[in-house]
Design a protein. Structure first.
Lengths: 153, 296
């Protein structure tokens, strides 16, 4: 059975070795645009979600190039991704790793914190609901003479 | 079937470039007998524990920012003006898209505060605030875009997180860094909450009481003007707003930004290039909607 385990491990290694891109990046924010061109207001061709990973080249000028399109470097990490162990609060990560959501300061810590403070979290919840879809922001910019019809600068 | 040793699993991942760790189904490799805890122990050998503000994750920054924002809105009343809040929100998202950090964990959010104090804040994680007192000094959408871009720059450059005392992070990371991930005890949750409270207090004190260092304010001005320019607003509007701040300062306006920021005249002298982008153009529609949104 040890041979079987070793075969699986080598298969995983071979899978990784076949990648043509220089790095693997992982999305660290809830969602981010995958753009047609490496430009701020270029059309989005897809939306990448938290935890999605991509083989990529870069970053070049702040953008990673993937097979799907371009992703801004601020939304991803090329570091190792710290795995969840299923605990609500726990999780350790080293300086050479990054954590995905749910680790460290999280909703459970916030709940504990709320008990001893008069802070106005209801107003924060209302504030977060105000988020505007990117399409509406671009329409707002066009209406104000800030973008051309092509939608990118 | 024997259990695959953690070291073998780690070696396999190292061989494949440590890629896509979260997508690699460890259980399929091991028959489910190598726990994630074991795996983490294997991959973290020899690496240093997190220790600085730079090591705070996106989601942790978000929760710090939420608490800082909640504290700010317990001191300042949120303005109930959906039209103005939405207008400011769209401008902030536009300049944020052109920033060094267009994506934060759950996006940028803006709230106008009902206060005559001339002030604006940026909490970590993208929570931005501007007071009605400040808005009364703003004369155009381009000026408001520069103000909000200055706040976006504070978030993009993580100025808030950098005000957190190292001792807070050391305490938190010490709890988080205990061997492998597991369910923390109530005392550990308590320790984390204490560290969280201290962290939030550090940021709130910097935003509301002490202000950032001068260098951080000049950096936010410089990058804010750049973000506004790249969103095709007039970056020179940063200067025209600061000119009006300087006039208000001379007229005796006190508190708020006048207390926590360098003198407006000094900030103007530190501003860099304010040339607009080639695509910049003035717009009557922009003027109209600014006047419509800021009537109060």
């Amino acid at each position: 059975m040890r041979k079987s385990a070793l075969r699986i491990a080598l298969a995983a290694a071979a899978l990784g070795a076949s990648a043509a891109f220089a790095a693997t990046i992982t999305v660290l924010v809830q969602q981010t645009a995958v753009r047609k061109r490496p430009q701020f207001f270029a059309p989005a061709v897809a939306t990448a979600k938290l935890g999605d990973s991509f083989e990529a080249d870069g970053p070049d000028g702040g953008w990673y190039k993937t097979r799907a399109g371009y992703i801004h470097q601020s939304a991803v990490s090329a570091k190792k991704v710290h795995l969840s162990a299923g605990s609500a609060v726990g999780g350790s990560a080293t300086a050479d790793e990054v954590t995905l959501a749910g680790k460290g300061f999280n909703s459970q810590v916030e709940s504990s914190y709320k008990q001893g403070t008069p802070a106005n979290f209801a107003a924060v919840d209302a504030m977060e609901k105000r988020s505007v879809p990117e399409s509406a922001v671009l329409a707002f910019m066009r209406a104000g003479g800030l973008l051309g019809k092509e939608g990118s600068k | 079937m024997k259990t695959l040793k953690p070291a073998v699993a780690a070696a396999a991942l190292l061989l494949c470039g440590c890629s896509s760790l979260q997508n690699l189904d460890v259980s399929s490799m091991t028959g489910g007998r190598v726990s994630n805890e074991q795996f983490q122990s294997a991959v973290k050998v020899g690496a240093a524990v997190r220790h600085s503000a730079e090591d705070i994750s996106e989601s942790e920054e978000y929760y710090i920012g939420r608490a800082v924002a909640a504290q700010i809105m317990s001191r300042y009343e949120p303005l109930n003006d959906p039209g103005l809040n939405l207008y400011a929100q769209k401008i902030a998202q536009a300049v944020a898209m052109a920033s060094d950090r267009p994506s934060v964990y759950r996006g940028y959010h803006v709230q106008v505060l009902n206060s005559g104090e001339v002030n604006a804040f940026a909490a970590p994680g993208g929570f931005l605030f501007v007071t009605t007192g400040l808005l009364k000094l703003v004369r155009s959408e381009d000026e408001l875009a520069c103000v909000l871009a200055h706040e976006v720059a504070h978030v993009a450059k993580k100025h808030g997180l950098k005000t957190i005392k190292t001792s807070r992070l050391t305490a938190a990371f010490a709890v988080l860094g205990t061997e492998a991930a597991k369910n923390y005890s109530s005392s550990q949750v308590s320790q984390l909450t204490d560290a969280f409270k201290g962290t939030v207090d550090d940021v709130v004190n910097s935003l509301v009481v002490n202000g950032y260092s001068r260098d951080k304010e000049y950096e936010a001005d410089k990058f804010g003007a750049r973000y506004a320019r790249d969103a095709n607003y007039d970056p020179a509007a940063m200067k025209s707003f600061l000119d009006r701040m300087a006039q208000a300062d001379k007229a005796g306006a006190g508190g708020g930004m006048f207390k926590t920021h360098p003198a407006p005249s000094k900030r103007i002298s530190e501003l860099g290039d304010l040339q607009p982008s080639p695509d910049f153009r003035r717009s009557a529609a922009r003027e109209r909607r600014f006047k419509a949104a800021t009537v109060y």
